[in-house]
Unconditional design. Structure first.
Length: 547
């Protein structure tokens, strides 16, 4: 059979194409930098207690890593080399097989049919079937705690209508418009597209927990991923072992020992000293220091991770767009990049990827630090004496507290008095997802770089990911027009995405400050460290370095 369809040619050619898959760090166990190279020791700032978007969203770095290791999707974005030795990146516009061995897109570009690999077994010994695919998506939409419906629209809105079982190993999905196909495949290749052992989950469903989300939260044994949980010591350590029955073959890394090390300096020191092979969530200062260490790989390629502040449009004082725009002029962007991030980041005031085919950045607001202009806007808003508010910060993400202090300092000259509220991830999520904060500072990314997905990720009405509680009919109309334009990556669609982004950014409900470099470092004894849009490390790609 021919190879998997490649990029836009495959997704948008409107031709039927068949695809084929190709606590501390002292005394590390065997495997940490120099011992058995089939074992990887990871130091992480936190510990995930659940691995399904259906049971709620977490800003935890460990959540993304574990979810990727323990679960699998129908398709994946393949890795390709970068200019940096030992570092690979996802190709964002191509797809290759995982749980599916092939797919075919209909001539009208609206239906994709997946042929599943046969003989793929879960940890419980249940074989993957089309029923698992369909029920997994019904769960994603049926669970009250799931965030998936908000982030896969408009490509997917009703799995009971859009998914069709053809036979036990064949399932099709139909999207409303051809322009939705790229978004569909992109989200199916990421965390929201993970498929579960539904026979096992159904055994534990109850009238009060019909999708077994409560039961499965805190469990790690219902996926088809490359790894399985060996043990977890609460708050200290999680150990994974390779799944010999993994659909893509048993990984080269057989064991992953994940240690919770809360202090980023200690995580940095662990990988520097060889006590850890991978360090997650490092600060920019640590990355800058490690970049000169020969035994450590520090990625220098910009990631798609953004630091931004959300100004809650339904909370005083940011219910006034003039106050929000004043705040956009009150941030010293250049100083934050050079000082708080040691130049391990790039200033940005936009969100859509400028590298995407069809992209247009025409007319987008380019916020700069201008305290005088900020004061003028506050005066126009009837607040000549300035504004006071509380900025809520996720304290588990590296460098954010430093950014908060920098904003507090620069905004003072612009007429803003800011109190900083620093919260751990769980409390931060609870407060921001209920729009209880006045303003929040966080870090995040779009895991699928499809323009309509990116635009709706933080703006969909009622979504827990719409942290600014933003709403604008003109914006939604522009996104809808783009989705109706056909090829989502065409210049015609790009003009409409540009119109939508301009409306959104001019509202200053979300202010993008900078785009960070990856916050992960790894031992050079391994090659294949991954750049992924979800920020996770794919341990199936790691290999012992030659020589």
């Amino acid at each position: 059979m021919p190879p998997f369809p490649r990029g836009r040619r495959a997704v948008l050619a409107m031709l039927a194409v068949t695809a084929v898959a190709a606590a501390g760090c002292a005394s590390p166990p065997a495997g940490a930098s120099g011992a058995a190279t089939d074992t990887v020791v990871v130091v992480t700032p936190d510990q995930a207690t659940q691995v399904s978007f259906d049971a709620g969203w977490s800003s935890s770095l460990d959540f993304m890593d574990l979810s990727l290791a323990l679960n699998e999707t129908l398709i994946r974005k393949p890795y390709e080399p970068t200019e940096q030795e030992g570092y690979v990146k996802q190709n964002l516009y191509e797809f290759t097989g995982a749980l599916a061995e092939s797919y075919e897109i209909s001539p009208d570009g609206r239906t994709v049919t997946f042929t599943l690999r046969q003989g793929v077994l879960s940890e419980q010994g249940n074989e993957l079937t089309a029923d698992d695919v369909i029920w997994s998506y019904e769960r994603k939409f049926g669970s009250e705690t799931s965030v998936t419906p908000y982030v896969v629209a408009p490509a997917l809105t009703d799995p009971t209508e859009q998914f069709t079982k053809i036979d036990d190993h064949t399932v099709s999905v139909t999207v409303p418009r051809p322009g939705d196909m790229f978004t569909l495949l992109g989200t199916m290749a990421d965390i929201t597209g993970q498929i579960y052992d539904t026979d096992y989950l159904k055994e534990h469903a109850t009238p009060d927990d019909p999708w077994a989300t409560t039961w499965s939260s805190g469990r790690f044994d219902f996926g088809y991923g490359a790894y399985r949980l060996e043990s977890q010591t609460e708050g200290t350590e999680t150990i994974l072992t390779a799944n010999p029955d993994y659909a893509l073959g048993e990984p080269a890394v057989k064991r992953i020992i994940r240690r919770v090390v809360a202090d980023p300096a200690n995580r940095s020191n662990a990988v520097r000293a060889g006590d850890a092979d991978v360090a997650l969530g490092l600060r920019a200062a640590d990355l800058a220091d490690l970049s000169s260490v020969d035994t450590v790989l520090v990625p220098s390629i910009p990631a798609n991770n953004f630091v931004s502040t959300w100004l809650v449009t339904t909370q005083e004082p940011f219910d006034d767009p003039l106050v929000r725009q004043a705040m956009a002029y009150a941030i010293d962007y250049d100083s934050i990049v050079s000082q708080a991030f040691r130049n391990q980041a790039q200033k940005t005031t936009t969100f859509l990827s400028p590298d995407a085919p069809g992209y247009s950045g025409e007319g987008l607001p380019q916020w700069t630090y201008d305290p005088e202009r900020a004061r003028q806007l506050l005066a126009e808003a009837g607040r000549p004496d300035g504004v006071s508010f509380t900025l809520t910060v996720n304290n588990a993400l590296p460098g954010l507290e430093d950014v908060a202090v920098a904003i507090q300092s620069s905004a003072a000259a612009a007429g803003f008095t800011i109190a900083i509220e620093s919260l751990p991830p769980t409390q931060f999520s609870e407060k921001t997802q209920t729009w209880s904060a006045q303003a929040a500072l966080g870090s995040g990314s779009a895991i699928t770089l499809s323009p309509p997905y990116e635009l709706l990720l933080g703006t969909t009405k009622g979504s827990s990911t719409n942290l600014a509680n933003y709403s604008d009919d003109a914006f939604y109309a522009a996104v809808e027009a783009g989705a109706n334009a056909g090829d989502a990556l065409s210049p015609e669609a790009g003009r409409l995405w540009n119109e939508a982004e301009r409306i959104w950014l001019e509202s200053a409900s979300t202010i993008y400050i900078l785009r960070t470099n990856p916050t992960t470092a790894a031992s050079t004894e391994f090659t294949g460290l991954t750049w992924r849009t979800d920020g996770a490390v794919d341990y199936t790609a790691l290999r012992p370095a030659e020589g």
